[in-house]
Design a protein around this ligand. Structure first.
Ligand SMILES: [Zn+2]
Length: 369
């Protein structure tokens, strides 16, 4: 080690150890397509003014690059893998290495932050309202590993056979009909498999709410995708908080719905869910909000009348441009709680992994931010 390297390593360790207090729990909220322009539009639509969302009041603000190792514009798979593993991947691949044409070994498994948490005995959870539910890449990249052309049933089997610990403890997700069709015996057979893995299997939010708090492992699979996000997040946090070692929770909300109003309403609802838990738990819980990618949804206003500060919902929607496209620009990373000070400036979506790891106090080499 050179003198410089020693000094740098020492400074990094000092920075990590002293500048920030340690987080017991981390909650990562991901708004699909919920980038800077979508947050701005949601605030104006929902509250008639800019910067009125809770996430826009979070003290730490960074801007993360979302490009993949191969593409300027990311898909859900590469974005989730970057946050989960701290490595840039490529679209179509989750949490494994890929053939980059430079002789990289294909299919090498990258350990995810959820797996680190499971290994260390923390409780873990996933909340997902995308129609693909538990198998949607934004959450599956945290528990599964698969290359190009991965099979849904394989991802499902990886969920049932976790590599570390006993896998996610609380899962609240949309019921994915395609998976039900693929699994022999459908939803009943899945329910039996979940029970065999020690889960209570619930089909409605009310059922989850009425469960004995002593039931630590719960899978809720709800019909439709418009269930109450705030209720889901509160129920998950209440159950996961029982572990004295702490918890890690990923919440993904699909705010990328190809239509203006539903996308904005989803984002506003997600923001309410974040407000409901982040503030109350900020003494020991790092809460992060980010987006998987930018989305071509923004308030436009070339003509003076278009730009007028109307608070009428219809006029606001009329002034919003929406093209159902992912975009390449940086996405906000907003944070509150212990370790949130590591979120700042222009960063990479892979830094989200490092911020979480460092905030738990894990892995010195990755504790730089
Ligand atoms: Zn998306």
């Amino acid at each position: 080690m050179t003198k410089f390297a020693i000094r740098t390593a020492f400074a990094a360790a000092l920075f990590a150890a002293t500048a920030f207090s340690q987080a017991k729990n981390v909650i990562l909220f991901i708004g699909d397509g919920g980038g800077v322009t979508s947050l701005n539009a949601a605030s104006i639509y929902g509250y008639g003014k800019p910067q009125a969302l809770y996430v826009q009041s979070m003290p730490s603000v960074g801007l993360a690059d979302t490009s993949t190792a191969m593409e300027w514009v990311t898909g859900a798979d590469a974005a989730a893998s970057a946050m989960a593993t701290g490595r840039k991947g490529r679209n179509g691949v989750i949490s494994v290495s890929f053939d980059d044409g430079k002789g990289a070994k294909e299919g090498e498994v990258y350990k995810t932050v959820l797996e680190y948490a499971e290994e260390r005995g923390l409780s873990t959870g996933l909340i997902e309202n995308n129609k693909e539910g538990l198998l949607y890449e934004m959450v599956s990249a945290f528990y599964a590993h698969a290359g190009m052309g991965n099979e849904e049933l394989d991802i499902y089997h990886q969920f049932l056979k976790p590599r570390f610990g006993d896998g996610p403890d609380v899962v609240l997700a949309t019921n994915y009909k395609k998976l039900n069709d693929q699994v022999t015996g459908g939803i009943d057979a899945m329910g039996a498999e979940f029970k065999a893995k020690g889960y209570v299997f619930a089909r409605t939010m009310d059922e989850v709410a009425s469960l004995d708090p002593g039931k630590k492992r719960v899978i809720g699979m709800f019909d439709g995708d418009d269930w109450d996000m705030t209720a889901a997040v509160k129920l998950a946090v209440a159950r996961l908080s029982g572990n004295p070692k702490g918890f890690f929770l990923v919440v993904h909300s699909d705010c990328h719905l190809a239509k203006t109003r539903p996308s904005l309403v989803r984002l506003i609802d997600l923001d309410k869910a974040i407000r409901a838990v982040a503030e109350a738990n900020k003494s020991n819980t790092l809460t992060i909000y980010t987006a998987d990618h930018g989305y071509a949804l923004y308030v436009k206003g070339e003509r003076a009348t278009e730009a007028l500060k109307s608070t009428d919902h219809k006029r606001i929607v009329d002034a919003i441009h929406l093209e159902d496209q992912h975009t390449a620009e940086e996405v906000p990373v907003l944070a509150i709680g212990p370790g949130s000070g590591r979120v700042k400036g222009y960063m990479s979506n892979t830094d989200i992994f490092r911020v979480i790891m460092a905030s738990y106090g894990w892995n010195e080499q990755t504790a730089k931010r």
